[in-house]
Every structure is written in C-alpha cells, then in structure tokens.
Design a protein around this ligand. Sequence first.
Ligand SMILES: NC(=O)c1ccc[n+]([C@@H]2O[C@H](COP(=O)([O-])OP(=O)(O)OC[C@H]3O[C@@H](n4cnc5c(N)ncnc54)[C@H](O)[C@@H]3O)[C@@H](O)[C@H]2O)c1
Length: 325
Amino acid sequence: MRRACITGGAGFIGSNLADRLVADGVEVVVVDDFRTGRRAFLDQLAGNALFRLVEGDVLDEAVLKDAFGGCDWVFHLQANADVRHGLEHPLLDLEQNTVATARVLDAARRSGVKNVLFSSTGSVYGEPEVFPTPENAPFPLQTSLYGASKLAGEGLISAFSIGFSLTAVVCRFVSILGERYTHGHVIDFFRALRTDPTEITVLGDGRQEKSYLYVQDCVEAMLTAAAHHEDRGGTHVYNLGTDETIVVDDSLALICATLGCSPKVRHTGGTRGWTGDSPLIRLDTSKIRALGWSPQLSIAEAVRRTVEWLGDNEAIWQAPAGGAP
Ligand SMILES: NC(=O)c1ccc[n+]([C@@H]2O[C@H](COP(=O)([O-])OP(=O)(O)OC[C@H]3O[C@@H](n4cnc5c(N)ncnc54)[C@H](O)[C@@H]3O)[C@@H](O)[C@H]2O)c1
C-alpha cells in the first residue's frame, strides 16, 4: 500500500485509521465534509507531507476524482453511521450509504484504484438465528434502514468487483469504542450522567446483549484483511468483533463505576431499545482470526477507555458535530 484515500477520514474510525496509515509511511488522502467528523481529529496530521485533506461531499464526482488519483486503496468509511434514528429520515441511509457507495465505486474504477475496503456492519444480519453469527449465515429480514442500506452497498461492491476486477474487502463491524468515539450508547449515557448523575433512563429492558470492539483493534483488523487480499481480486467478507458480549445494564454499570456515580436506573421496557434494535449481537470472528488477528482489549477495558477519553475531551463531546473543534 503506497497511497490510500479514506472517505469519512475525519470521523471516529477513519481518523484513527488515518493516523495509523501515516505512521506506517502510507500517503493518506482524507475526503470529508465534516458533517459528523471533527477537524480536531486531523490536527495532528496537518503539515505532515504524507497527509492531504480534500474537503467536500462524496456525492460530488469532482471531489472524488481529486481525492482518488494515484491511490492503490480506497477505505470507504463515509456513511450516515446513525442506526437508531433511521426512521426519522427514511431516505437518508439510501442516499448516504448506498448511493454514496455507488459513487465511490464508480469514481474508484475511473481513477484506476485497484482495491476497496468497505465499512459494513453487523446490522446487516438483522436478527439472525445462528450465534455466533458467521459471514455466511442465512440472511433473514432486514430490521433497520441503516443495515439495509449497507447490505445494498455490499451488493454493489461485489458487482463492481466482478465487473471491473476490483479487489473488495467488506468488514462487518460490531459497535466500535475508543478514542474519538462520538456516537452510540456510551456517549448517550455519559452525557446523561454528566447532566444528572442521580438517575438515568435505559431504552428497553437493559438485557440487550451486544458485542463491542476497541477502535485500534478494528483498525488492525481492517489492515490485516487489506494486506492479505491486496491486488488479488474477488470480494472478501469479514466479521470484526470480539467473542465477548455484554448486556446494556452491565455496560452502564461499567460507565457509572468509571464516572464514580450510582444513579437510579429506569427502563423503558421491551426487549428492543428502539425499532430495529437487535436484542443479541454476537459475531463469529474465526475468519479474521485465521489471518492472525486477535483483539487486544476486552469490552470492559474498551468501555473504560472510551469514558476516560470523553472525560478528557469535553470540548469535543459538547460541541455540535461539523463545527469547531
Ligand atoms: N462506529 C461504529 O460503531 C460502527 C459500527 C459499524 C459500522 N460502522 C461504519 O464505519 C464507518 C465509520 O463510522 P464512524 O463511527 O467513524 O462514523 P463517523 O460519523 O464518525 O464518520 C463518518 C465520517 O463521514 C463523513 N461524511 C458523512 N457523509 C459525508 C458525505 N456525504 N461527504 C463527505 N463526508 C461525509 C462525516 O463527516 C464523518 O467524518 C461508517 O461507514 C459506519 O457506518 C461504524
């Protein structure tokens, strides 16, 4: 890998990937319009000869042409990454996750990019019947617009791969935690407890069982899969997660322990926190492990680091996305 473009490279995962690639001596081009990403996440790369920012919308062909020239990899991390609020704007996931992916793939082939990695999600499994869920599990119904839009993106990737000889790596992440975390249940609980440490509301019955992965483990896993398949053709799908799970109430208890509070907990009830919430997520990660990767951090440690990072970065979690910092 000589030069890589990261779409959504100012976001939580993309900016961690950008740091790692630059540290490895790879030229990195970030495309981002900062709608949820943060300028502060790229500050450390400003002025580095290996780094270039192309500020703009991935739906803009000229932006992608500028960014993709000379790249041997595109890491397509741009998306509307919000799962929970999909029903409030039903066409957003289609536009930002499916149409945007088609635009990225078309621009990649026009620019002669040979390898693409797509950040998909465990949400594509909907509510699977097989646990731990392997990559080839039967697909039941889609339960969220986000998952459906990402699955459509996966379909486009495999079709572009076959049609235009692209090498495609599809990574289905569980929820990611760690430094620069800006969305998800940990920040929701963190914000609520900073406002009122005496009581908190949990969506659902608190028994939803989830799996999480530390962001540096996620970055390492993406790069492991990328290195394994580079220039070798085909579409290769990997679950990225840990073998552990944690229920929401236990995750809340860890957050409270780190913050030093013991609120009264109220549950809204029901086995799902919202329409499309999955009561159980546990992915089979033996395929990525077979490439020699394994996670370095437990879920508990990842939650603790996330809470500590949020505590040390008030300016980030208090500021609206897109603006300063
Ligand atoms: N964070 C997770 O737990 C998780 C889990 C599964 C999958 N994913 C996927 O991983 C990828 C990265 O997620 P993240 O958590 O870093 O999200 P994020 O919101 O922090 O990052 C997305 C980035 O894309 C940028 N962006 C969005 N739309 C854009 C557009 N039209 N043009 C230009 N830039 C645009 C945003 O400004 C942001 O910097 C996403 O594809 C997401 O769906 C994330």
